[in-house]
Design a protein around this ligand. Structure first.
Ligand SMILES: *[C@@H]1O[C@H](CO)[C@@H](O)[C@H](O)[C@H]1NC(C)=O
Ligand SMILES: *[C@@H]1O[C@H](CO)[C@@H](O)[C@H](O)[C@H]1NC(C)=O
Ligand SMILES: *[C@@H]1O[C@H](CO)[C@@H](O)[C@H](O)[C@H]1NC(C)=O
Ligand SMILES: *[C@@H]1O[C@H](CO)[C@@H](O)[C@H](O)[C@H]1NC(C)=O
Ligand SMILES: *[C@@H]1O[C@H](CO)[C@@H](O)[C@H](O)[C@H]1NC(C)=O
Ligand SMILES: *[C@@H]1O[C@H](CO)[C@@H](O)[C@H](O)[C@H]1NC(C)=O
Ligand SMILES: *[C@@H]1O[C@H](CO)[C@@H](O)[C@H](O)[C@H]1NC(C)=O
Ligand SMILES: *[C@@H]1O[C@H](CO)[C@@H](O)[C@H](O)[C@H]1NC(C)=O
Ligand SMILES: *[C@@H]1O[C@H](CO)[C@@H](O)[C@H](O)[C@H]1NC(C)=O
Ligand SMILES: *[C@@H]1O[C@H](CO)[C@@H](O)[C@H](O)[C@H]1NC(C)=O
Ligand SMILES: *[C@@H]1O[C@H](CO)[C@@H](O)[C@H](O)[C@H]1NC(C)=O
Ligand SMILES: *[C@@H]1O[C@H](CO)[C@@H](O)[C@H](O)[C@H]1NC(C)=O
Length: 748
């Protein structure tokens, strides 16, 4: 079929877009009209809006949808065959040839051409009370001030008259009334023949002529462009159901052609208003066009595009987790996808991660937390396939701030702070090791999950625990205490946080912990210039660190020995020495055992005393065995006569006692004090200067033997005896002297 396609969208939306279809085969107007009505809408109308579209490139004359209606005078060309009013005309000059009935006698036609729009808006006048005449005729009669009867009379008068050819305008008025003003004739001359059953032909020039409706001519049909509703529903990964609205002139639509294009093309012929489409590829964009077919002609198609749902991903697995990330993997689903969407809830926020490949590492997770990952393939940003879910836990972080108390010889005690993130418990493994290097890495035999951390399972760096070395504790604990461990030993202790009901372990953190060696029981056995130290220890030891120090002089010595005794020689007498013994086992040190003792003190030397009447100043030399050390002396001066004693201690080598009795003999003892011990004293006697008093004794001698008293011998004996008596009393404890005193006449 040779149809011409003339798309046109008129300026206003209320006007459907009309399309024009010139038909190339010939038909009478009536048959053309029937044909147009069955295969299109109707024969075309021509208006000022579409004339430029229709009149283009016309190759011959065409019927259009305007037929005279001879039954109504003057209303001949008032209505298009589809019922629209005629709002525009473009007659060839002299056409249409009017009916022989004359239209007018006196009235002047309008001097200016009426526009088609104006003409069409003329409505029937209210004057006409008759509804059996056409409105335009009524108006005409009003204009002419005639009744219909007058008109008929006039027509009779006009028959056969022929007068001047009127000037025509290209765009003629609604009524082809005479356009001359000067004409006084009632009847106007017209060239051509009046055709009773006339239909309008559109000339290739665009102008109109009336022709006998029965002749065969090509014709132009029109149809409003069809816009329908189309829907896609029940889309799956491989199917979809397209439904659409009925096309125009539904009884003439033979079928609908459904064309599905995408990765492959499918075409369906359908008489119903839906088509179930199958065997599609998942996640693919398809375009569906539904063409209503009328007289073998495709009407404007209804289009829709849709994506089939992507297939669900398969075999979703969590390959590995760290404490902050999870590595997911899945297999590529059938069909297509734009990307994969991985969603999960993190800290009560739903997060989405887009992945382009069949694997993704999700980061910024919280350690030790369970996550449910939902993976689906996505097309067009939002259309997701069947989601796949998998749950797993991130590993817990390491415990923080692991520290050991290390202050006891049989107890291991370790503290830590909880890890960041979540955890359900802790596992710790404790094992005695020989060497501090061994506690750099932790490894649990038969725990394959931990070997990823290191490949040093056989190296001396790594402590390998058996499962029995390990214990699990509650998540609220932050310390462990293990008693009854052997003393002086190193232990490797590894602590890891657990999650997933204590089934997933974070990385273990090692700490070298140890019990202290036991402290010795120390004995010191001092003598004057040596101290013999011996000790016992009920525990493991390798050797001992023995220190000796004193405050008395600048001296300290350190000895490392494996023996259980040591003899310190060349010490100074009377000095306090502090001996400490630390048990060593490897690098481990016990708490020190301290003992202090004084060496036996020695006698001071060269004690001297100087006196006044009431003071004694005692001075001395340090004993040779104590030379150079600061030692303490105690000095005691005693008078036997007065039975008084004066005592003081000093670190100096002299001391002065005051308030003494004059003329008295003091015995002063100086000895070295060393703790509870005192050296043998070094003694000096000193006499304070006397404060002399003279006592005169007068003795009366009487004897039976006269002259006996006068004897010199008697006198001498008496004196001796008196001296003996005095001596017995005083000895040399105080100063005294006895001599004869001069009397008046008798001098001994
Ligand atoms: C249609 O009619 C025209 C003249 O009226 C003629 O020239 C033409 O050949 C005819 N076409 C057909 C297909 O009969
Ligand atoms: C004439 O027809 C019009 C509408 O066509 C109507 O409104 C009017 O009332 C009629 N007049 C008479 C007199 O019937
Ligand atoms: C119309 O004609 C009648 C007589 O036929 C006349 O009386 C009347 O005045 C005329 N009206 C006009 C407006 O010419
Ligand atoms: C979609 O499918 C369901 C059942 O599979 C069916 O009941 C329903 O009618 C369908 N809807 C359309 C619009 O095809
Ligand atoms: C694709 O997504 C865009 C934006 O959301 C939407 O406008 C469009 O209709 C979608 N295409 C299909 C075929 O669903
Ligand atoms: C999923 O895993 C199963 C068993 O491991 C295997 O048979 C199947 O082929 C896998 N599917 C895909 C799509 O790889
Ligand atoms: C671990 O050590 C073994 C042998 O010592 C070696 O074959 C293997 O490749 C190592 N693995 C890694 C991850 O280094
Ligand atoms: C111990 O670990 C360090 C790294 O911390 C490594 O360099 C060294 O080679 C390891 N020693 C042994 C004996 O494996
Ligand atoms: C230490 O030595 C003293 C003798 O000097 C001895 O009596 C004592 O038993 C010794 N003690 C130990 C524990 O050897
Ligand atoms: C022993 O002496 C050394 C060196 O003088 C000192 O570092 C150490 O602390 C001493 N040990 C004790 C238990 O006083
Ligand atoms: C001991 O001597 C010191 C100074 O030499 C003196 O201050 C102190 O009072 C004396 N003590 C006695 C009991 O005399
Ligand atoms: C006085 O003492 C001396 C020695 O003790 C003695 O020899 C002498 O006889 C004594 N004299 C008298 C008179 O007793």
């Amino acid at each position: 079929m040779n149809t011409l396609w003339l798309p046109l969208l008129l300026g206003s939306v209320i006007w459907a877009e009309e399309q024009y279809f010139p038909q190339s085969f010939n038909a009478s107007w009536e048959n053309g009209s029937l044909y147009c009505r069955s295969c299109f809408k109707d024969l075309t109308t021509i208006t000022s809006r579409n004339v430029h579209l229709i009149a283009q490139n016309l190759s011959s004359d065409y019927w259009v949808g305007l037929r005279s209606n001879s039954s109504i005078l003057m209303g001949e060309w008032s209505k298009w065959s589809n019922g629209d009013p005629v709002t525009y005309q473009n007659w060839y000059p002299g056409h249409p040839v009017p009916s022989p009935i004359c239209s007018s006698t006196t009235q002047s036609p309008p001097s200016t051409p009426m526009t088609s729009t104006q003409a069409s808006t003329v409505t029937s006048a209210s004057v006409s009370s008759k509804n059996d005449t056409c409105p335009i005729l009524s108006e005409m009669l009003l204009c002419l001030n005639m009744t219909c009867g007058d008109l008929e009379t006039s027509i009779g008068m006009c028959k056969g008259t022929s007068t001047v050819t009127p000037k025509t305008t290209t765009y003629s008025t609604t009524f082809n009334a005479p356009t001359t003003t000067e004409s006084t004739s009632n009847c106007k001359p017209y060239s051509g023949q009046y055709i009773r059953d006339a239909c309008v032909v559109l000339l290739s020039s665009g102008m109109w002529k009336e022709r006998d409706c029965n002749i065969s001519l090509p014709f132009i049909c029109y149809e409003e462009r069809f816009f329908g509703q189309i829907n896609i529903s029940n889309v799956t990964t491989s199917t979809g159901n397209v439904s659409w609205s009925e096309g125009p002139g539904a009884k003439n639509i033979s079928h609908y052609r459904v064309e599905v294009t995408g990765d492959k093309t499918q075409t369906f012929i359908q008489t119903e208003l839906f088509q179930y489409i199958e065997t599609l590829t998942a996640g693919t964009l398809y375009k569906v066009q539904v063409f209503p077919v009328k007289c073998d002609r495709d009407l404007n198609p209804q289009n829709i595009s849709f994506y089939t749902l992507p297939s669900g991903v398969q075999n979703l697995t969590v390959l590995s987790v760290t404490n902050v990330s999870a590595n997911l993997n899945w297999s590529k689903p059938d069909g297509n996808h734009d990307f994969y969407s991985v969603t999960f809830i993190n800290a009560s926020n739903t997060k989405e991660h887009k992945c382009n490949n069949e694997g993704c590492t999700i980061t910024d997770l919280i350690p030790g937390t369970e996550y449910e990952f939902t993976v689906k393939a996505v097309v067009n940003e939002t259309i997701g396939g069947v989601p796949s879910n998998i749950s797993d836990y991130t590993k817990p972080s390491t415990v923080r701030n692991l520290r050991s108390a290390d202050n006891d010889s049989t107890v291991i005690m370790v503290f830590w702070d909880p890890p960041t993130g979540n955890h359900s418990g802790y596992r710790y493994c404790l094992k005695e090791v020989n060497n501090s290097l061994e506690c750099t890495y932790c490894n649990i035999a038969s725990d394959s999950s931990n070997t990823a951390n290191n490949n040093n399972t056989n190296s001396s760096n790594t402590t390998t625990f058996s499962v029995t070395d390990c214990e699990t504790v509650d998540g609220t604990e932050t310390f462990i205490k293990k008693a009854n461990k052997s003393d002086g030993s190193m232990f490797c202790l590894c602590v890891a946080a657990l999650t997933k009901s204590n089934n997933l372990s974070g990385e273990m953190v090692p700490i070298l912990s140890y019990t202290k060696p036991k402290t010795v029981t120390l004995f010191l056995n001092p003598s004057s210039q040596t101290i013999f130290a011996n000790w016992t220890v009920k525990g493991k030891y390798e050797k001992f660190e023995v220190n000796i120090t004193t405050d008395a002089y600048s001296y300290s010595l350190q000895i490392i020995t494996a023996n259980l005794n040591y003899s310190f020689n060349n010490l100074k007498a009377g000095v306090s020495y502090i001996v400490s013994v630390v048990t060593l086992n490897g690098k481990l040190r016990s708490n020190p055992a301290y003992e202090s003792e004084f060496t036996r003190p020695a006698k001071p030397r060269g004690v001297k005393a100087t006196t006044t009447k009431t003071t004694i100043q005692v001075s001395w030399e340090a004993p040779t065995e104590s030379e150079g050390a600061s030692i303490k002396y105690t000095v005691k001066c005693y008078t036997a006569f007065w039975k008084k004693s004066h005592e003081n201690q000093t670190a100096y080598r002299s001391i002065r006692f005051t308030g003494l009795n004059p003329g008295t003999k003091y015995e002063c003892n100086v000895s070295v004090v060393a703790g509870n011990l005192e050296s043998l004293p070094e003694t000096v006697h000193a006499k304070t200067e006397p404060e002399k008093r003279t006592l005169v004794l007068t003795m009366l001698c009487s004897s039976k033997n006269s002259l006996h008293c006068g004897k010199i011998e008697t006198r001498f004996e008496l004196f001796e005896k008196l001296k003996n008596i005095t001596y017995e009393k005083f000895q040399d404890l105080i100063h005294w002297n006895m001599s004869w005193a001069k009397t008046g006449n008798n001098i001994l």
